[in-house]
Design a protein around this ligand. Sequence first.
Ligand code: AKG
Length: 506
Amino acid sequence: MPNCKSLLSQAIKKKKKKSKNKLRRKSASRKENPIEEEEEEEEEEEEEEGFSLKSSTRSHSHGVQPLGNLYLNPGSVNSRNTGLGNLQILTDELVLDILALLGGTHLGILATVSKSFYVFANHEPLWRNLVLENLKGGFLYNGSWKSTYVSAHYPMFDNVGSSCLRVRDFYSDYLFQSWLCANLEMKPEWLERDNIVRRRGISVEEFVSSFEEPNKPVLLEGCLDNWAALEKWDRDYLVKLCGDLQFSVGPVEMKLEDYFRYSDQAREERPLYLFDPKFAEKVPRLDSEYEVPVYFREDLFGLLGNERPDYRWIIIGPAGSGSSFHIDPNSTSAWNAMIKGSKKWVLFPPDVVPPGVHPSPDGAEVACPVSIIEWFMNFYGATKTWKKKPIECICKAGEVIFVPNGWWHLVINLEESIAITQNYVSRRNLLNVLDFLQRPNASALVSGTRDRVNLYEKFKKTFEACFPGTIDQLVQKAEEKKAKEKKPSFWESVTDSKAGAFKFSF
Ligand SMILES: O=C(O)CCC(=O)C(=O)O
């Protein structure tokens, strides 16, 4: 299939060529639908180039090709430009920004103007925004966002939203990449590195001295064995238990049943992710079916009672959903327990900003690639030659990862996953947290609470009332530690380590 043979994809070395038999077997099993057959050919080609596309029934690029293909097809004219008329000088992002101002009806009409407008006006994220703005969480996902919008607003045109025409000679890196990221499988080489320290059955003292105190990640095995959640929580159980209750899913609130209907069919770059901080209050049974692992029981924000910032979340999402690079709020540390499924983690220590990630100087904002898959495609490779390699692992059901404060982390679900995470403050990171809460731009940085500016005073006062003198002791201990780290040892003072020779300075 010539359309994906681009400069872009040619730059990616062929890793592995699938055996013909395997390819044939694969296409033979999808013979029912001619459109699928066409897509199957695309898949085979992408595999040869080192890509592997998700098995797909409905997702379609409308024939959009990366710009590099234009240079391989001399004589071909980019129908993106001819069909846009005077708007062709605008970037793809700008065209889409303008289309985002339109309502569904006008977008639908615009799609009939030219092939180019057909492709732009069918860009799924435009329809996703329309659905979420108009219907909030009350939508029934119907294979695509456009189809969902059309069937909710114009039930008599139910089939219109699912039509998928192919356009010849349309070249756009932006639209191609967006489609590719929505349909790409994680490559095996992105999952290979597993360099986290794993521990089973360690004491709290060992956890504190080996991991919490030095602020290092660890994967803890076997500490959820007594959780009822581990046995019970699957989608049927949760749907039945939670009924019509609504959970936070990105910008909207949804019933679990509706969310699973969406997540079963979702094929997009950044699938909606269920991330709810009030699950335990909404459904007390959920609260009773897990308990904080013994290592994380010192939780000093708990002293604030109802005034503490959000601290625990149930997290549910399909394969491909996840969290792009960030540092956890308010300088807290966290634990994340897998109940179902598995997650790939990539973590960088506080002094190493991950490639492709650009925090603002005050740390209030972070610019990073649009999606997690895009980060893997474009930046993961760079970490191979980095001196400070990230810590990586796959965390599976029954395992807990400790995420120390200040560490950058990215997480992608490799299959449908259910997890619980909690952020906490212990004496080991209390000073960091207090420091963070009293930064001059606390109103922009502090999160999870309405009272961002006063959190510092409130927390410090409450803590001192409960543990008088402890903050001073911790400050003193930290200063002693710093001084110790600075003071050269006897041997360091008599040797010049750089020159590898003795330095007779006494
Ligand atoms: O499970 C996930 O997606 C990761 C969550 C996370 O990184 C966080 O809560 O900070």
